[in-house]
Design a protein around this ligand. Sequence first.
Ligand SMILES: [Mg+2]
Length: 125
Amino acid sequence: MMKKQIMKEKILVVDDEEGIRLLYKEELEEEGLDVHIAASGEEALKKLEKDKYSLIVLDIKMPGIDGIEVLRRIKEKWKSLPVILCTAYHHYKQDFGTWASDAYVVKSSDLKELKDTIKGILGSR
Ligand SMILES: [Mg+2]
């Protein structure tokens, strides 16, 4: 049931690590999502100008524009676009810049929490 609901939803995964981009793309496509990827904040913002996405999975630590700044710009322009911040570090939860995100997921090799969070957000609209 859940899988059907989020079928063909287009999401954007933003992470500077290629291994993570590929892993997330593969695993989230298995969940029935249409997964697009961006390797930097700059690339993500360009893609957002051109295309419409249902949700963004956003890494915090990236060279160039970091995830906190990308989040700020997204919420300025596309207020209702859900953003899930993803990072290996717990301490960002205390950073006020992350409060604007819709969810915060600590990176793990097990993507269950991320998948459940995506389903929760997409399913509740
Ligand atoms: Mg990173």
